[in-house]
Unconditional design. Structure first.
Length: 257
């Protein structure tokens, strides 16, 4: 683990294999954000967002997760949950105002973590992996999914572990009682906008905001709408990361008032 940066230093991500990037606001009671990249990504796709949040006064932590599509060494989505829980414990030692910001499968992991950890102030879901964008071709392949799932995954071009994680979250249909920010682009070629409907339906906190952006592609942290995305994430963290009351209680206070 590497300590990168401080109040008078710049922030950078370490992206070497299985090396963590950690930017800590030393001496500040700053909000802390665990960033989780996508299934086929690396911390590099979260670097600009991490730099931005750090520049705005946040502690940022982005581990590199093992890819789930490596043929010679399959990694299950459950192992991602285990890695994410370990990373979240690290973040929670830096601040009692903790958020998880996930991209694609990382967003799905954020939803799982919200059920397993009651110390989160909120979660940010960037292009959450909940419903794949299904074409006529994949609809045909999906008919044989229950019979030959391996063949389906290969032909449809979808990672089996990602689909299993999607199915887990949708099957449990757990209500998320903390604030949620969910963003997805209309031109996302990987995921259906039905994911935002799922968020609105199962995340009833008054501080929840689910938005469909006109542009941005799948990797919102690198797409044409990244400045808008970065600003929205920071505003969300700032609004729900105040030192007063935890996110759950704060939301209840807002609802009463």
């Amino acid at each position: 683990m590497c300590l990168l940066g401080g109040p008078d230093q710049g922030f950078r991500f370490v992206t070497a294999f299985l090396v963590f990037g950690l930017g800590v606001r030393v001496g500040d009671d700053a909000p802390a954000c665990l960033l989780i990249h996508g299934a086929q990504g690396t911390p590099a796709e979260m670097r600009e967002l991490g730099n931005f949040l750090y520049s705005q006064g946040c502690t940022v932590y982005c581990p590199r997760f093992s890819r789930t599509d490596t043929k010679d060494r399959m990694v299950s989505w459950e192992s991602w949950v285990t890695q994410a829980q370990t990373a979240l414990e690290t973040v929670c030692t830096c601040s009692d105002r903790t958020f998880v910001v996930g991209l694609s499968l990382g967003a799905t992991m954020a939803m799982v973590l919200s059920e397993l950890n009651d110390r989160l102030r909120g979660i940010v879901l960037l292009a959450p992996a909940l419903h794949p964008k299904v074409t006529l071709k994949t609809r045909i392949y999906q008919l044989g999914r229950l019979v030959t799932p391996t063949l389906f995954y290969r032909l449809a071009g979808w990672n089996g572990e990602v689909l299993k994680a999607m199915d887990h979250v949708k099957r449990r249909q757990t209500r998320i009682e903390i604030p949620v920010l969910a963003l997805q682009a209309a031109d996302d070629t990987h995921l259906s906008h039905r994911g935002l409907k799922f968020v609105r339906r199962h995340c009833p906190h008054p501080g929840t905001d689910a938005r469909l952006l006109p542009h941005g592609t799948h990797v919102l942290t690198r797409g044409p709408a990244k400045d808008e995305v970065f600003a929205a994430v920071h505003e969300f963290v700032a609004a729900h990361g105040r030192a007063s009351a935890p996110g759950r209680d704060a939301g209840e206070d807002q609802a009463v008032s």
